[in-house]
Design a protein around this ligand. Structure first.
Ligand code: IPM
Ligand code: MN
Length: 365
């Protein structure tokens, strides 16, 4: 197949981890005879430096004419320490989500047996963890109006609003995913306090009538924060609003042992974006120490979601599993004998190109 992919490396460690994902995509393309046409675009602090805009029109156009987007990370300390900065890199990410309509952020959390001793949680709690969070991404308090400061500057306000349609479209994806998994869906909300959460409950409860096989459970977000760490194995599919999803997925990322392992997909009607859930980690930028696995698994999610290349996605996941078992890993996972970002990428590519695959297609080049 032929596909055009927009590559937005962004800031900090974004470029180096994205480079490893691109290597893997090229290896898969060669192996299966797909032509992935990659074009780079600017976003975040890198885009502010070059154009003054964290999500320039040129990048938006590139995204719109591409079949999928591979994204690295966004953020730079020079903006974090300046609360008065009018233009911030994060605005680029939020603008991109909103303008491209990327309404559902899918974050799978999987534990690896070979890493269970690295997790800060007990091995028996971690072994076998496998759930996926659907986070609503273009609504709620992140985007609600009005927002801002009072005239005298002594108070500030944000607005959280949701309409039924926004709740339905992300929840539909969550229900459908649950149907293909263990048929358990947890709605995380704060319906004992918030009107928006009560609308979520009402809407998701109505939708559940179309999925009689699914066991739907409701959980307040404060309780969910506790349960996710105490008994993460009991979760299958979780659906929640934007801000709660942001918080519980960072929390969930400690379960497998490193934030650097987790991929994500941000799905829209016309296009989708794939990115590791970690941030720009500026202290590590350019040092060849960042974990590229989250970025590489994001490329696997792209092949599956955007191009229905299921075998190819599976091959990437199996190669990552083998790399993890081999112990050749970056310092977050192997602090005593760390392997570099680049070398982990090369190792995963060499596993993909090895002749162990029974159903491996003919090498095209
Ligand atoms: C994420 C990030 C972003 C968010 C920030 C960088 C705006 O934390 O993708 O989870 O809060 O959504
Ligand atoms: Mn976050």
């Amino acid at each position: 197949m032929k596909a055009k992919i927009a590559v937005l490396p962004g800031d900090g460690i974004g470029p180096e981890v994205t480079e490893q994902a691109v290597k893997v995509l090229r290896a898969i393309g060669n192996l299966y005879g797909h032509s992935f046409e990659l074009e780079n675009g600017l976003i975040g602090a890198a885009a502010i430096d070059a154009t003054g805009n964290p999500f320039p029109l040129e990048t938006e156009t590139l995204c719109r004419k591409s079949d999928a987007i591979l994204f690295g990370a966004i953020g730079h300390p020079k903006y974090d320490n300046d609360p008065n900065a009018k233009i911030r890199p994060e605005q680029g990410l939020l603008a991109m989500r909103k303008r491209l309509g990327l309404y559902a952020n899918i974050r799978p959390v999987t534990a690896y047996k070979a890493l269970s001793s690295i997790s800060p949680l007990k091995e028996e709690i971690v072994d076998g963890v496998d759930f996926v969070v659907f986070r609503e991404l273009t609504g709620g308090i992140y985007f609600g109006e009005p927002r801002g400061r009072s005239e005298n500057g002594f108070s500030a306000f944000d607005t959280c609003n949701y309409n039924k349609e926004e709740i339905q479209r992300v929840s539909k994806l969550a229900f459908e995913t649950a149907m293909n998994r263990k048929k358990r869906l947890t709605l995380v909300d704060k319906a004992n306090v918030l009107a928006t959460s009560r609308l979520w409950r009402e809407t998701v409860t109505e939708m559940a009538k179309d999925y009689p096989e699914i066991e739907l459970e409701y959980m307040f977000v404060d309780n969910a924060a506790m349960q996710l760490i105490q008994r993460p194995k009991d979760f299958d599919v979780v659906v929640t609003e934007n801000m709660f999803g942001d918080i519980i997925t960072d929390e969930a990322s400690v379960i497998p042992g490193s934030l650097g392992l987790l991929p994500s997909a941000s799905v829209g009607k016309n296009t989708s974006l794939f990115e590791p859930i970690h941030g720009s980690y500026p202290q590590a930028a350019g040092k060849n120490i960042a974990n590229p696995i989250g970025a590489i698994l994001s490329a696997a999610m792209m092949l599956e979601h955007s191009f229905q290349l299921l075998d190819e996605a599976k091959m990437i996941r199996q190669a990552v599993d083998q790399a993890i078992s081999s112990g050749k890993l970056t310092e977050d996972l192997s602090p005593k004998v760390p392997t570099g970002t680049n070398e982990v990428g090369d190792h995963i590519v060499s596993i993909i190109r090895s002749d162990q695959w029974i159903h491996r297609p003919q090498l095209v080049s």
